[in-house]
Design a protein around this ligand. Structure first.
Ligand code: 26V
Length: 825
């Protein structure tokens, strides 16, 4: 039985009025009474805070109603556990989803404040590295939009992803301060605080009935305090909660020490606790294996699990109904320790039998894998887990014993197969493999594109897939069309509405109606005019930030994403150098003017990635200042890539670079954002590009390069790339020029090793895909010169993006993994 009677129909005030006058009055009221500023002296940040508070008020009533409805109806709740939520700005998103942009704009105008200025002032919530974190943010918005009762759980990092600046072309990292002016979106919930333990020992305790329980006695404790942010869906369909945990000491001041005069020592515990949620780890492709990272993972997993179990018991009174009422999703393995923590809560704290607990637990968890890169697969030294989480280590051993027995007895696995499925990696020092833990503890394991899911079955999880063949499934990623089309490209949204009517705003598949207009010259010129306007805006940003003048008439060729060798920014910049050589050698040809635009951050410890940024900047300096180029080619590296910058670049792109080595990009989601905004993709058959090729049709995408099988073959043969280089005089010349210091006269050997790697092993197939890439770029030029063809292709890309809406993805998760009913669109 529920522990407390819950009142569902308590009175609430009337919802806030939405007229311009009411909003204007409230912004003023908030400015004076909540921000504490006289309008005469208020600074832009004060107006921003007041406006956010007024908008937030208009989300509150729906927030409470959403929550009450879930209690009233006993619907199943989804909990999305993610160490990253790369949200970006929230104000425009919230205003747009509840239809407040115009009244707020007018209200502010009456107060002599420009809404656009305020929008640009809001800091990005950059609590994520890249694709995985941004996907979590799109999913939150979609879960609200398709009316799924859901919570996002994560960490309230004081510092999000570092700010990137350039110093003589090198990346430098600076701390990011998104909370410097406070955060009007969040509600601190001091009453929702949980104790989190670390270390100590495990004690067997005999209960009065003679059963023996294991009890974990941690020797180190801290508090997890909840901060809630409302996430409103399209047309206010539902408001869900993003609950981020902040670490705080249990005793903020150690009074003994304080009273004995050791004022600094008295604050030690406070500093130690707060360190856990101070900073986001900035690497997204190498598991750093640091203790603080494991502490972060357990801290947020334990707080979330305690919160979920408390809420469930409060409403339902028993744990047997957990899988019927609760779905917990693990966004990669980062929260995988949750599996052991739930077992501990069920068995040790609540006295369930192991087998019953295991069944409940597996019924609750689902796990998504986001990368197959071996260096990114998390594993923790057994000794570290034993020291930090001794009871969890015991539980992991027990889970492993059962899995291995099953493998040996039922599936007759060989020793090699046993070693593959074991949760313990014995190849080096002994380590716990979090992917294996997440797999065996979940009823569903999914990949993020069709190709990636197949590769999961063939590679890292091949033997686990044999043991449990019905668990792996695919859920191709998606993006929210609200942020990535309607909000970031209002002119295109308006144009589409005028042409096919506004119903696509609620049913994105209706964009297919644009197909019928793709060859219509008048629609083509309107579509191109919108693109031109967006390019002018980006050209201005480039001029303002970099002092580089680019022509909005040139082809905007864009690659924006984390810098990684497998993403092959190197291939792109090498092609730029080849083009530079050609333009100078054949000035008489009909060259298509191009602007190559790059942006992205490198992990601070990833040397080659940082060197690639420097190379792009070195090449840019030479090309942009060479009069022989006559402005036909410009190279721009825009610093500090983030969600807000993407929102300006994506609508202005003509060409979307999705050129990863086949088999290495799990899905990509940037590819989908460009597609929505009418860019043409040049890409390999990798990740979700494969499905884009299918959705948009082969004639509307430019595909090149080795396939996954071909890459594997070449790697297996340890084939040396020298033949490919020798066969391509163009490539040879470019590589020699870069390696010999043509672009780095101040340090001629700077790129010797980077380029040497291409001769040596060329793991990422840069050399072997080069000629195919150049040919594909020539094809792009030819299409560009045929404006009608280009425009038709661009329009068809927008028309066929519907499949890549995260609403579709989320509906599939709901139906096929979480067991949650969803309304169709
Ligand atoms: C791994 C690690 C390793 C430990 C240190 C911190 C850290 C942080 C993140 C990651 C996982 C990164 C995996 C990732 O972002 N994968 C991307 O996921 C996207 C969404 O599914 C997908 O579109 C991209 O192709 C994939 O690279």
């Amino acid at each position: 039985m529920p522990q407390q009677p819950i009142v569902y129909d308590a009175p609430t005030p009337e919802p806030r009025a939405r007229t311009v006058e009411a909003i204007q009055a409230e912004i003023l009221e908030r400015l004076i009474y909540s921000v504490g500023k006289d309008p005469i002296v208020a600074r832009p940040h004060d107006w921003l805070a007041a406006t956010i508070l007024a908008v937030r008020d208009r989300v509150m009533d729906r927030w409470m109603e959403s929550s009450r409805e879930t209690w009233r109806t006993s619907h199943k709740r989804v909990y999305y556990l993610s160490l990253e939520f790369l949200i970006g700005r929230l104000m425009r998103d919230a205003m747009s989803n509840v239809g407040l942009i115009e009244p707020v704009r007018d209200a502010l105008k009456n107060l002599n404040v420009d809404l656009g200025d305020l929008i640009n002032l809001e800091p990005d919530a950059a609590l994520g590295n890249g694709g995985l974190g941004r996907l979590a943010a799109c999913f939150l918005e979609s879960m609200s939009s398709v009316k799924i009762p859901a919570y996002g759980y994560g960490i309230r990092y004081v510092h999000g992803l570092f700010r990137q600046e350039m110093s003589e072309g090198w990346q430098v990292e600076l701390p990011e301060e998104w909370l410097a002016h406070g955060n009007p979106w969040e509600f601190e919930r001091r009453e929702s605080a949980y104790e989190i333990g670390f270390g100590g020992h495990v004690e067997p305790v005999t209960d009065p009935d003679g059963t023996v329980r294991q009890e974990w006695r941690p020797n180190d404790h801290l508090l997890a305090v909840a901060y809630d942010t409302p996430i409103v869906g399209w047309r206010g369909a539902r408001v869900n909660t993003l609950r981020l945990w902040s670490a705080q000491p249990i005793d903020p001041i150690l009074l003994d020490k304080f009273n004995s005069g050791d004022h600094i020592g008295a604050l030690e515990e406070s500093a130690r606790a707060e360190a856990i949620t101070r900073v986001l780890y900035p690497a997204d492709s190498t598991a750093a294996g640091q203790e603080l990272r494991l502490r972060q993972e357990f801290f947020f997993s334990s707080a979330s699990l305690q919160d979920i179990v408390r809420r469930h018991l409060q409403q339902y009174g028993d744990l047997g109904s957990l899988p019927d009422k609760v779905a917990i999703h693990l966004n990669d393995t980062h929260p995988a320790i949750s599996i052991a923590e739930l077992m501990r809560i069920l068995v040790d704290d609540n006295g369930l039998k192991w087998a019953d607990a295991w069944k409940l637990s597996r019924g609750v968890f689902g796990y998504t894998n986001h990368t197959l890169l071996p260096e990114a697969l998390e594993s923790w030294p057994v000794a570290l887990l034993e020291r930090l989480l001794p009871r969890h280590m015991q539980i992991i051993y027990q889970i492993n014993a059962e899995v291995l027995t099953d493998a040996r007895v039922r599936a007759k696995f060989t020793d090699a197969q046993i070693a593959n499925v074991s949760l313990i990696d014995e190849s080096g020092g002994r380590r716990v493999r979090m992917g294996q833990l997440a797999f065996v503890g979940s009823h569903s394991i999914n990949g993020v594109s069709a190709l990636h899911t197949e590769l999961m079955k063939q590679t890292v999880f091949s033997d686990l897939h044999k043991l449990y063949p019905d668990r792996i499934n695919n859920k191709t990623n998606g993006i929210t069309p609200r942020r990535w089309l309607m909000q970031c490209n209002p002119d295109l949204t308006k144009l589409i509405s005028e042409r096919i009517g506004p119903d696509f705003l609620d049913d994105i598949d209706l964009l297919k109606g644009l197909d019928a207009h793709a060859d219509d010259p008048s629609f083509q010129s309107q579509f191109a005019a919108v693109k031109q306007g967006n390019k002018e805006r980006l050209a201005k940003l480039i001029k303002d930030r970099m002092g580089i003048v680019v022509s909005p008439n040139a082809l905007f060729d864009v690659q924006i994403k984390r810098i990684h060798e497998y993403k092959r920014q190197l291939l792109n910049i090498i092609q730029a150098v080849a083009l530079y050589d050609e333009i100078r050698a054949h000035p008489e040809r009909d060259w298509v003017p191009r602007v190559k635009i790059f942006a992205g951050k490198a992990a601070p410890g990833y040397w080659n990635a940082k060197l690639i940024i420097k190379l792009i900047n070195d090449v840019a300096k030479v090309i942009n200042n060479d009069p022989a180029v006559r402005g036909l080619l410009k190279v721009v590296f825009l610093p500090n890539y983030n969600v807000s910058l993407a929102e300006v670049i994506v609508p202005a792109a003509d060409l979307s670079e999705q050129i990863s080595t086949a088999g290495m990009e799990a899905s990509g989601t940037g590819n989908m954002k460009f597609m929505a905004n009418g860019a043409i993709t040049i890409g390999t058959m990798d990740g979700a590009n494969v499905e884009m090729h299918k959705e948009v049709g082969a004639e509307n995408i430019v595909i090149f390069g080795l396939t996954t099988e071909e890459v594997n073959e070449k790697r297996a043969k340890s084939e040396v790339p020298r033949a490919a280089i020798d066969a391509s005089p163009r490539l040879k010349e470019v590589l020699e020029s870069i390696a010999s210091g043509v672009f780095s006269p101040d340090d001629p050997h700077r790129y010797r090793d980077l380029i040497g790697g291409l001769y040596d092993h060329d793991w990422f197939m840069v050399a072997r895909d080069f000629d195919a890439y150049v040919a594909a770029q020539a094809q792009v030029d030819a299409i560009w010169l045929d404006k009608r063809r280009w425009n038709a292709m661009a329009i068809r890309n927008t028309a066929h993006v519907g499949f890549f809406s995260s609403d579709r993805t989320i509906r599939q998760y709901a139906q096929e993994i979480w067991g949650v009913p969803v309304a169709s669109s």
